[in-house]
Design a protein around this ligand. Structure first.
Ligand code: HEC
Length: 368
């Protein structure tokens, strides 16, 4: 800590100059050692050890000794103290510089990228959200029952990009304090234990055209699919991979959204989850892929148009519903809304509540 080291350094200098007063010659060692203890040694007990300050104290002591032995009365102590300061801080500077360049190198490895070039802003909707849709949004905003978000990586990336000069000033070369240590590569890297997107459990089913898919799903089942969808959405957007967003145009360390596991409903088995994309194409499309949706895949994935069920589902969520369920024989389908919560707006632009997409699920009764 350069700044924190300056105060004890100033006390040491004042004490050394006071001790080296021309009258009475020789040096007042009591003054020098007493103040030195206060400024350089005492703080070590409070976890603010500064090698630079301790070094300066030792160098000033040597300077005083040399000054006393070699200087005729009346010669200023200033050249000696100046030399001590230059040596003490000169020795710390290379370490601080090394920290600074290492920081700059890490910034280069986790640079700011613009989200604006990757994803268009959502279109404005004017729907009033149903209470269930509102509750689903609040889960992303720390509302009741919300999972805790892993914020450590984001904080480390923020520190890396916002505190550039501090990397030099805070260098442990100038002294170790209890202040936060600089970010390490380990905490910036993507978490290594996140599984790859799993394969779709079943091949694409037939399109549902015409009407006749409504009314056969109970309210309890509907609520269960809603919970399945929210948990799946959390997994897909993966807040731990967002990195640090200073603005929509400056995001560092972003990892594309992707499922890491197949969503689960209590008595149903998920056979397919497909992403209904609303942002990148003029008309809604369904991205098709052999794995559960992962943005790294779907960018170049083939798309299909929505079937009658999905069109009805999209209409429902555009009206403000959180989801839309239907059943034909043994098969159940569900379209779940993906809306922008406050945390999404920073990257996606638009406003809270805007529709960013939907997931289209196919489910069958779980074998008992
Ligand atoms: C840190 C930036 C960032 C945050 C935060 C973020 N996203 Fe995204 N999202 C993106 C980017 C960028 C894309 C475009 C795909 C890509 O380039 O990886 C995207 C794509 C999407 C898509 C697919 C759009 C399409 O049609 O292709 C959905 C859906 C989505 N995000 C939902 C969300 C939701 C919901 C949230 C909040 C809970 C959220 N995102 C938060 C950056 C972000």
């Amino acid at each position: 800590m350069l700044i924190v080291s300056l105060i004890p350094a100033a006390i040491l200098l004042a004490a050394a100059h006071r001790a080296a007063r021309p009258e009475p010659h020789p040096v007042q060692w009591g003054t020098f050692l007493g103040w030195g203890f206060v400024a350089a040694v005492f703080p070590c007990g409070m976890f603010v050890a500064s090698p630079t300050v301790l070094g300066l104290w030792a160098l000033l002591g040597i300077g005083l000794l040399v000054w006393q032995l070699t200087s005729p009365r009346g010669r200023s102590f200033l050249p000696y103290s100046a030399a001590a300061v230059l040596i003490a801080y000169g020795l710390a500077a290379p370490t601080a510089w090394r920290d600074y360049t290492r920081f700059a190198e890490l910034r280069g490895r986790y640079p700011f990228e613009s989200m604006a070039v990757r994803v268009p802003e959502p279109r404005r909707g004017d729907a009033t959200l149903t209470p269930a849709a509102e509750k689903a949004l609040e889960l992303f905003e720390g509302g009741p029952g919300a999972p805790t978000l892993q914020r450590f990586r984001e904080l480390e990336l923020r520190y890396l990009h916002e505190y550039t000069v501090q990397a030099f000033i805070n260098s442990p070369g100038f002294g170790v304090t209890r202040m936060r240590p600089p970010p390490r590569e380990e905490s910036l890297k993507p978490p290594p234990d996140r599984p790859e997107p799993p394969p779709q459990p079943a091949s694409p089913g037939p399109a549902w055209d015409g009407a006749g898919f409504m009314g056969s799903v109970s309210a309890d089942q509907r609520a269960d699919f809603g919970r399945m969808h929210t948990a799946g959405l959390f997994d897909f957007v993966n807040p731990g991979g967002w990195g640090y967003a200073r603005s929509r145009r400056e995001v560092a360390g972003f990892l594309p959204h992707a499922f890491s596991r197949v969503p689960e409903a209590s008595e149903w088995k998920v056979e397919r989850v497909e992403l209904v994309g609303l942002l990148r194409h003029a008309d809604p499309v369904v991205y098709q892929s052999e794995r559960l949706p992962a943005m790294a895949d779907v960018k170049d994935a083939p798309t299909r148009s929505l079937d009658a069920f999905e069109i009805a589902g999209l209409k429902a969520i555009r009206r403000g519903e959180d989801g839309f369920a239907g059943r034909r024989g043994d098969e159940v389908r569900f379209v779940g809304a993906v809306r922008s919560a406050n945390a999404c707006v920073g990257c996606h632009g638009g406003e809270r509540g805007d529709l960013l997409g939907a997931f289209s699920y196919r489910l069958r009764p779980a074998a008992r």
